[in-house]
Design a protein. Structure first.
Length: 402
């Protein structure tokens, strides 16, 4: 139980820092530096690009050296990055290129901390994987909301205090991961790095249900993440003439929907038909996102994002649970790395695509196009029996592919 508490401390502090970053990075690039839509897309792509390039390697290292050690090191890098940004602001040296340097540092930290943290989940779950995924998701989005609230103060306190707070929070999380006991399991210590990565990918691709989860993750990264990180901040700036507080409110409403869904799931108990719940939540979420694009007024837009978060809370919990339950113990870091790769790896493409769409047709139309494409993809995924039938019989983890 103590291990779970320390795990939640490490996880919660990362996402509180990530919540602060989600507002501050968009605010600095979009509203302080007044970046064009294409520049905003490039900046967000740079933040996501290390995940696409390194997250499978991060998963392999988590299996080889232990998730605890990798999570500590990666989060320590994350704690350093805001201090760099703070120094640039102090010396009035902030520019678009220096923001890209910060983006690379934080992107690299996330590429390693994400699969390491996911690989630790089964160690602290004590056999209750779906419930632990729900608890972790609740902590994740609850702490993100606190991060959004802290970042919302940037207009009044200034960015230096916010960045210093972000760094301190992430440093506390390093101590949390450090207190998780070491666990000795069989690890492929002598395997070449690339062979280790390929084995994890083959294990995922050999499972029909995990393939479908990865496919919908790719679509979500391209059309949901790209919209969230690029289109929506530009929409708040250009349509609603927003501020840092408005960006925080937008993010907070989405996270509140996520948290309330997870609280409801915790009360109801384990969901049996995981695949069906995943497909329905993503399909309905696409429709809700389309409604957000057509919203007449900022309050209606924020309300739509709240309900989008409600759908996202169910979708993300179901997809993570499917992957956690089917991953072989000795490959969990790599399997969860591939899971994150399918989402984060498509994010840079989505960020560039969203920036281009906003440049061509405007933010509202760009959001509507992304929602429509995502809906079509989920209809296609919905015809796959591998996900629809998931949960009608007990899950069995596939054998690790060597």
């Amino acid at each position: 139980m103590r291990s779970l508490h320390y795990y939640m401390l490490g996880t919660g502090t990362w996402f509180m820092g990530y919540g602060i970053q989600g507002v501050m990075f968009a605010w600095l690039v979009t509203m302080v530096l007044r970046g064009s839509p294409e520049m905003v897309g490039v900046a967000q792509m740079t933040l996501l690009l290390p995940g696409m390039l390194l997250i499978l390697i991060g998963g392999s290292y988590a299996d080889r050296f232990g998730g605890r050690r990798i999570a500590m090191a990666a989060q320590a890098v994350g704690a350093f990055a805001p201090l760099l940004l703070l120094a640039l602001l102090w010396f009035d040296a902030l520019s678009f290129s220096t923001m890209l340097v910060y983006a690379v540092l934080m992107g690299c930290a996330q590429a390693f901390v994400t699969p390491a943290r996911d690989g630790l989940l089964n160690q602290v779950a004590a056999g209750r994987v779906q419930r632990t995924v729900m608890l972790t998701s609740m902590v994740q989005f609850g702490m993100q909301m606190l991060g959004f609230l802290i970042a919302a103060l940037a207009d009044t306190t200034g960015p230096l205090v916010i960045l210093a707070t972000q760094s301190l929070i992430l440093a506390i999380g390093v101590l949390g991961f450090r207190r998780i006991p070491r666990l000795e399991i069989s690890r492929p210590a002598n395997h070449a790095l690339m062979k280790s990565v390929i084995e994890g990918a083959r294990t995922v691709l050999s499972s029909a249900s995990m393939r479908m989860v990865a496919l919908q993750n790719v679509a979500m990264g391209m059309f949901f993440m790209g919209s969230y990180m690029v289109t929506m901040p530009l929409l708040v700036r250009e349509v609603y003439d927003g501020s840092a507080q408005d960006l925080a409110l937008m993010n907070g409403a989405n996270s509140l929907g996520l948290v309330l869904t997870i609280l409801l799931l915790l009360r109801i108990g384990d969901v049996r038909r995981l695949g069906r719940a995943l497909i329905l939540s993503q399909g309905i979420g696409s429709v809700v996102l389309g409604c957000a694009a057509l919203a007449q007024g900022f309050p209606i837009f924020v309300t739509a994002l709240f309900f989008w978060g409600v759908c996202g809370g169910l979708a993300m919990t179901m997809s993570r649970t499917i992957m956690q339950e089917q991953a072989p113990d000795e490959q969990r870091g790599r399997v969860m790395g591939f899971y994150s790769f399918s989402f984060m790896g498509s994010g840079p493409i989505g960020a560039l695509l969203s920036g281009y769409l906003v440049e061509q047709v405007g933010p509202q139309q760009a959001l509507l196009i992304s929602a429509g494409i995502m809906l079509v993809i989920m209809v296609i995924v919905g015809f796959r029996a591998s996900l629809l039938k998931l949960g009608e019989q007990p899950l069995e983890a596939p054998a690790a592919v060597e």
